[in-house]
Design a protein around this ligand. Sequence first.
Ligand code: COI
Length: 357
Amino acid sequence: MEIKVTKVSADRMKPKPTDESKLGFGQLFTDHIFTLKYKTGKGWHDPRIEPYGPIPMDPAAMSLHYGQLIFEGLKAYRGADGSVYLFRPWENIRRMNASAERLCMPALDETFALEALKQLVVLEKDWIPRGLGTSMYIRPTMLATEPALGVRPANEYLYFVIVGPVGAYYPQGFSPTKIWVEEEYVRAVRGGIGFCKAAGNYAASLMASQKAAARGYTQVLWLDAVERKYVEEVGTSNIFFLIGDELVTPPLGGSILPGVTRDSVIQIAKRNGMKVSERPISLDEILEAGARGTLREGFASGTAAIVSPVGQIFCRGKELLINGGKTGPVTEKLYNQILEIQYGISGDPFGWRLKIA
Ligand code: COI
């Protein structure tokens, strides 16, 4: 399929941000959008890159009513020499298709999806900021557009990609976050759609996030939905704890998002010679390790959050400080190592980088 490109006219181009320290996350979008349509019987068709703007939507579009809406998040990085890199983009496209399968949505052709993404990012490359920790966030999205109100998988879909320059996800940057352990609400249950990047999972998370924010906490630490005993994820990211010499993260059991950064951290840490375990971690184990002094570090991992230290956990009426509330050395090392791969500063021992410009 050939992508029909219509560029925005010079007088309609948006001004690019001049201060990279004020980018924030998900506030700015570039001049173009990639769109692709799907219809049962016809398949994916009509790929376009067009000026960014509102998408026409029938009020009866099925995604608006029954939630067939999935997305991805990945980034384009500006290397020190001006090159542009993507980081493991094929993993995001595969995960998009895994989400699509669970929500009875059509699969994308992975090669074409990557090609489209590259074309859009290359067209918008002047928007990619230069500072370490800044990047261009890429948001591929698929939603049901067929106007109909019967509950069934839709026959028409729109896939689109929007991009925009971003800085740190958390306003405090790489400083340790305060986490609220949520014992009432749950995010997802095994057998449901917790492993998908589905909009509904994020809607389900808002109530607890609001509760945590009102008490001064940055994110929520989710517990399993059945026993409220094992930790699952933190906010929009995966979670790791360093207990003694073991780096532990919950296993992918169907209710947790299989994070690309999670997998990257596991592989880098193993290569560093660390003992890494994907195993159930109960809240009791964390609290006991905290009391014994063996809970050395904690951090969240995600595309948006990168590697984000956890300095404090609030649970069962008590505050638990991790590493005195400071970023630990293992967290810092992993953060630097992942960044160095993403920005083309170090070698690429795992073959994760894709240079596109
Ligand atoms: C990401 O890390 O890419 C995410 O999608 C998290 C979020 C901003 C929803």
